[in-house]
Design a protein around this ligand. Structure first.
Ligand code: IDP
Length: 147
């Protein structure tokens, strides 16, 4: 059973797409185990996007993610990392497949609505940045046997 870190970025929150995005993962049959509506500090942004330090888009990216609230989440399920990356779509909305979140709602790469972990190692690291272990809830999803 895998876990992943997903985050509706400031553009998704401002555009009123939290519900639409969360609803896609719920309908897929994935399990929400943590969620937090929060403002990212520069320190959190720098930790989260550490791999992009030095890229030309890094300073505007940090300014953007700290500019307005985000909706941070942890989801769980078999192959949840690959499944949610597929549902999110490619980084550039032009390359994102039709039916993905970024293809359906995003226009520009720097306003691509949502972040999703890309590997088990990233997921563990990112969950640890945003959530304390006790904030990840354990519960039985009664429809789990049908998914
Ligand atoms: P991902 O979000 O699809 O995993 P990453 O390569 O991890 O993409 O990049 C993180 C974020 O940095 C992207 O979602 C996007 O917001 C921003 N970004 C990446 N590449 C560019 C770029 O070339 N121009 C502007 N923003 C970029």
């Amino acid at each position: 059973m895998e876990r992943t870190f997903l985050m509706v970025k400031p553009d998704g929150v401002q555009r009123g797409l939290i519900g639409e995005i969360v609803s896609r993962f719920e309908r897929k049959g994935l399990k929400l185990v943590a969620a937090k509506f929060m403002r990212i500090t520069p320190e959190i942004a720098e930790r989260h996007y550490a791999e992009h330090v030095g890229q030309p888009f890094y300073p505007p990216l940090v300014a953007f993610v700290t500019s307005s609230p985000v909706f941070a989440m942890v989801w769980q399920g078999d192959n949840v990392i690959g499944l949610t990356r597929a549902m999110i779509g490619k980084t550039n909305a032009l390359d994102a497949a039709p039916g993905t979140i970024r293809s359906d709602y995003a226009v520009h790469t720097n306003f691509n609505l949502i972040h999703g972990s890309d590997s088990p190692e990233s997921a563990e690291r990112e969950i640890g940045i945003f959530f304390k272990p006790e904030e990840l809830l354990e519960y039985t999803q009664s429809i789990g046997q049908w998914i």
